[in-house]
Design a protein around this ligand. Structure first.
Ligand code: F6P
Length: 502
């Protein structure tokens, strides 16, 4: 069985091609220090032509496109008898994947990773469903991945491990005697120790991050939360402002906010808005303005709360009725997990309620679709939308907000309404920042976005775009790998925050 990696996505869907010829981006000599880059993540963005999911894949693909190397992880296949590891080579990158057994998939992916770590790291203790069996499965799959990867490892490989599925992965390699430099980047938030310690058996798991040479986070808050955990819960001694002694080694903690390919997206959007698909969507709106939301169907994304806010907006600002349509694109995700079925039902109910209450025979206020769209199609829709609603209750970064900014026409840009609880709010400070738990406030922000003067829209867009261009995705990977390889500080590009516009 192939578990559908295609159903999900944080709003960034590749077209299965690697864009420009990777050779164009070959690493300049000396930058890698001669070491091969080995990326390890649960999902692997195979060059198989499929529309696939997730900010993580987009980010890693861009890093590998520049450097080449090996990408290792789960094949997306589950069965009683996993087949042998598969190796695919394309251009300068090798892709190695392994299958999971049914019980591994249940305990590791559906269980501990997505029913325990995912909710807790997103501050949702109320949704965590802990069992010792799932924790055992989580450790077992990390061991299994390490066992397979080590057959391919060279002593001087630089290993970059991604996300919450693989917290104990470095320990599994170290126990097998591997001394490579190993970095870990977590794409999702890290809550304060007061929440992290509510994770049963946290002391068996979280300190294992000390086996990495570098642990990277999206924001300062996440890095500070983790440092507090290491100092206060594990009792590690600081060896510098951002490093801790861990046995006979040391672990460094840092902030590396994931960016987007600003120029690439901007170019793509310019072309995509002229495409037949976007034209058709715009024609179907009969001249009405469009508001867009793009999220994986996940309870962290605040979709029902956002719909409540849209409902308040329609209630409080009746002049907009019939003049604007909200398009919510929401590919299904993790469908084997009960909390995801709950959120799906909740969102469906909200859509029915709003369209029932405000819709006309000639106007549907809210269009809700679960189909995944290509990255090109999305950039075209972003450029066509007068406002984007990116209002997660908690999000490590949220690249949809950044992609929306990158896709805008600078001469006539749309407005980003952004949750203050998304990591992206640190850089996109010129967005309309909102509290997603306050439907009245978000409703007012929608009105403000749609009514905003051209001069203010330009000013806000320019500030956000500048901040994003300074932290382009290519800088992100180099910044992380530079810190992991102890490269000179002058090679590191500083992150920029947009000046807030009031
Ligand atoms: O960013 C969190 C994340 O789990 C990524 O690792 C992944 O790309 C995305 O969400 C989609 O989730 P899943 O792999 O569970 O479909």
């Amino acid at each position: 069985m192939l578990i559908n990696a295609l159903e999900s996505g944080d709003g960034y869907f590749s077209e299965g091609k690697f864009g420009p010829n990777p050779k164009q981006f070959a690493m300049e000599p000396g930058k890698t220090g001669g070491s091969r880059l080995v990326v390890v993540s649960n999902r692997v963005g195979l060059p198989d032509g499929n529309v696939r999911a997730g900010g993580l894949e987009v980010a890693i693909r861009a890093a590998l496109k520049r450097r080449g190397g090996l990408w290792f992880g789960w094949s997306g296949r589950v069965g009683e008898q996993p087949g042998p590891a598969k190796l695919v080579e394309q251009d300068n990158t090798s892709y190695m994947t392994v299958d999971l057994r049914n019980d591994d998939y249940d305990e590791f992916y559906n269980g501990f990773a997505n029913r325990v770590l995912w909710p807790i790291l997103h501050y949702r203790l109320d949704l965590a469903e802990f069992t010792r069996r799932d924790l055992g499965g989580y450790f077992r799959v990390n061991e299994y991945f390490a066992r397979h990867l080590e057959k391919q490892l060279r002593p001087d490989d630089i290993i970059w491990v991604h996300d919450y599925h693989l917290i104990p992965f470095a320990r599994a390699l170290r126990e097998r005697g591997h001394k490579n430099r190993i970095g870990f980047f977590i794409h999702i938030p890290c809550p304060p120790p007061e929440i992290l310690t509510a994770l049963p058996n946290h002391e068996q798991l979280i300190p294992a991050l000390g086996h990495y040479d570098l642990v990277g986070f999206q924001t300062d808050t996440d890095a500070i939360n983790f440092s507090r955990y290491l100092a206060n819960e594990v009792g590690l001694k600081r060896t510098g402002t951002d490093s801790f002694a861990f046995g006979d080694r040391s672990v460094k903690v840092g902030k590396f906010p994931v960016g987007v390919e600003t120029e690439v997206l901007s170019r793509l959007a310019r072309r995509a808005i002229e495409s037949g698909f976007v034209r058709e969507v715009l024609d179907s709106l009969s001249g009405r303005g469009m508001i867009i939301g793009v999220d994986r169907l996940d309870y962290t994304k605040g979709i029902p709360e956002r719909m409540d806010a849209f409902e308040r907006f329609l209630g409080n600002f009746p002049d907009w009725r019939g003049k604007v349509t909200y398009l919510q694109i929401t590919p299904r995700s993790r469908t084997g997990i009960p909390e995801y079925a709950d959120i799906s039902r909740k969102v469906g109910e909200a859509v029915g309620r709003i369209n029932g209450a405000y819709g006309e025979a000639s106007w549907t206020p809210l269009r809700y679709i679960n189909k995944a769209h290509s990255r090109t199609a999305l950039t075209g829709l972003y450029r066509a939308a007068r406002a984007a609603l990116v209002t997660p209750l908690r999000d490590g970064m949220n690249l949809v907000g950044k992609e929306y900014v990158a896709a805008q026409d600078p001469v006539d840009p749309g407005v980003l309404v952004l949750s203050r609880f998304a990591g992206a709010a640190n850089e996109c400070a010129a967005a309309l920042l909102v509290n997603p738990y306050d439907p009245e406030g978000v409703g007012n922000a929608i009105n403000r976005a749609l009514s905003m003067s051209l001069a203010e829209r330009r000013e806000r867009h320019e500030a956000n775009f500048k901040a994003l261009a300074a932290n382009d995705l290519s800088h992100w990977a180099e910044r992380f790998l530079g810190a992991l390889e102890h490269r000179a500080a002058d090679e590191v590009v500083p992150a920029v925050r947009a000046a807030a516009v009031r």
